[in-house]
Write a protein that binds this ligand. Structure first.
Ligand SMILES: Cc1ncc(COP(=O)(O)O)c(C=O)c1O
Length: 370
């Protein structure tokens, strides 16, 4: 029996709301839970508009499109992220421009952004990695000075806070994933959130084939079918009702790992900056030089002991598909390169028990001879 990296929990109204969908026959995106989930999730972030979509990858593309990113526009983002950030930019004809990570939080190094701004730059995409928010104030200053948009990727950071403001609710648009391993999950799902009525309106159009209001089969734009179903929204609404409980579990589990692993000098544990609320979506660790092994070897040794893990992201500049496209030639990002080889995350799901956390910690103690 392996201890899984993630297992979701459904302890609220999920079944009740799903049954309502079936009983009432509303299963498509036209059902009432979609709007209710959009309204309540965006309100949770302190925003007026939510546009639910079929996954977080779609949310990023919809947000970029709604913000007007198009051919030749440059978007500055961290190399250490998921490829969804880059695919959205590329599909719209834009150009992703990378910065390295900052070694403590693993988030984009905001001090590197200014040097990458030029006349083509239109947006900055901070990604709140593993539940810790990006240092947003320096980005907001740069964005204001150069008239850039900020499109946040908060897929991994539901409820995380930067100086009291919720991640995903700080820039012109925020993007969320509700994949099964997320703090609020809908199986597959995503949302664009914004305070900007025009962005919300364009996002709604882009998500739904750019149908015109009142003129059904008449299109002035090329959109997609990125809609969320009522079934997904039913689960999402029930999950959202328990978001504070889910976040408390994540923070509690991280505190147990922090306590158990503090004596292992070979690994670096996640941090929480004084201006941040880290929701510890995934509990990541990084091997120091003294460990004498990379994350592949540690993953193997943990697997032998019944513990499943996942490696950290491989940076965008190291992705074969992007290099073959001629992107990021000759670029090097040493922190991200190191994280890709030294980082992994431990079992972090909401269903994780204290005994399992102790077992994972015991396996690490065993491997490092404590
Ligand atoms: C930072 C980040 N952005 C975007 C996504 C894409 O979300 P999805 O898997 O729902 O498409 C993920 C996926 O987990 C992610 O971790």
């Amino acid at each position: 029996m392996m201890i899984p990296v993630n297992e979701p929990i459904f302890t609220g109204n999920e079944k009740k709301y799903l049954n309502r969908c079936i009983d009432e026959g509303w299963i498509s995106s036209e059902g009432p839970f979609v709007r209710e989930f959009e309204d309540k999730f965006s309100a949770y972030l302190g925003l007026r508009y939510g546009v639910a979509v079929c996954n977080g990858t779609a949310a990023l593309e919809v947000a970029l499109a709604a913000a007007g990113i198009g051919r030749g526009d440059e978007v500055i983002l961290p190399t250490f992220t998921i490829i969804s950030c880059v695919t959205g930019v590329l599909r719209l004809g834009g150009k992703p421009v990378l910065v390295d990570s900052e070694p403590e939080t693993w988030n984009m190094d905001v001090s590197q952004v200014a040097a990458r701004i030029n006349n083509e730059t239109r947006a900055i995409m901070p990604v709140h990695i593993y539940g810790h928010p990006v240092d947003m104030d320096p980005l907001r200053e740069l964005a204001a000075k150069h008239r850039l948009l900020i499109i946040e990727d908060a897929a991994e950071a539901h409820g995380a806070e930067y100086r009291g403001r919720k991640a995903g609710g700080i820039g012109q648009a925020g993007c969320f994933s509700f994949y099964a391993n997320k703090i609020v999950n809908t199986g597959e799902g995503g949302m664009v959130v914004t305070a900007d009525a025009a962005i919300a309106e364009r996002a709604r159009a882009y998500r739904n084939l750019c149908f015109q209001e009142g003129k059904r089969f008449y299109h002035t734009g090329l959109g997609y079918n990125f809609r969320m179903t009522n079934l997904q929204a039913a689960v999402g609404l029930a999950q959202l009702e328990n978001i504070e409980k889910h976040i408390a579990i994540k923070i509690h589990n991280a505190s147990l790992y922090n306590r158990n692993l503090a004596d292992i000098a070979e690994i670096r544990l996640p941090v929480e900056k004084e201006w941040a609320k880290n929701v510890y979506w995934m509990y990541g660790i990084e091997l120091r030089d003294a460990a004498g092994m990379d994350n592949g070897e540690l993953a193997d040794r943990l697997r032998e002991r019944g513990v499943a893990t996942r490696p950290f992201f491989l940076g965008m500049h190291e992705q074969p598909v992007l290099r073959e496209m001629g992107l990021f030639r000759g670029e090097g990002y040493p922190v991200a390169e190191r994280l890709a080889r030294r980082g992994l995350y431990l079992p972090s799901g909401l269903a994780l028990t204290e005994e399992q956390i102790d077992a994972v910690s015991g396996a690490l103690h065993d491997i490092f001879g404590r």
